[in-house]
Design a protein around this ligand. Structure first.
Ligand code: TR5
Length: 148
């Protein structure tokens, strides 16, 4: 699909009632984070991409020449929380996670043509500081933000 037109199978496909429900249900949601304020435009961010399911913006404290985040619009605190028992909801979550990764690669390709890394921090011991799921895309440098 053509990411520059902001369309993806997960967005174009008509949602079933169950999938609509999944979008409004939140998984183990502790409360709004700074990313909700970025989503609502209450706080400005350097937004590089948006569609129905996600937002991508440059990290305010870049760890590499290219460092942006891809976040779902639906608040999922941690990747650990992206689970459900309802079959329809599982399908939606898998599509959503796949979509975030597809957006990450499409945005990374022109910005870091020599290569990039995808990082998801999960939980306190996983160095997660903002409890709204986000994919870090790091690239542009020889080691793209890796120490050493
Ligand atoms: O440590 P984790 O994986 O949770 O990553 C959170 C990331 O959010 C860090 O890389 C921060 O630099 C980034 N961050 C935090 C804020 C922020 C941001 N990126 C863009 N814009 C931001 N605003 C406006 N405010 C933040 N507090």
């Amino acid at each position: 699909y053509d990411i520059s037109r902001g369309s993806a199978f997960a967005v174009r496909r008509p949602y079933s009632d169950e999938v609509k429900r999944a979008q409004t249900q939140s998984v183990a949601t502790p409360g709004p984070t700074i990313f909700d304020k970025i989503l609502s435009r209450e706080i400005p961010a350097d937004i590089i991409y948006e569609d129905d399911l996600c937002l991508a913006f440059n990290d305010v404290a870049p760890q590499a020449p290219v460092h942006f985040l891809v976040i779902p619009k639906r608040r999922i605190p941690r990747l650990q929380d992206a689970e459900e028992s309802d079959k329809e909801v599982i399908v939606y979550l898998l599509e959503l996670l796949g979509h975030l990764m597809s957006v990450a690669r499409a945005l990374a390709a022109p910005r870091a043509p020599l290569g990039w890394r995808l990082v998801v921090n999960n939980g306190r011991a996983g160095a997660q500081s903002v409890y709204h799921l986000h994919l870090h895309v790091l690239g542009g440098g020889r080691w793209a933000g890796r120490p050493g």
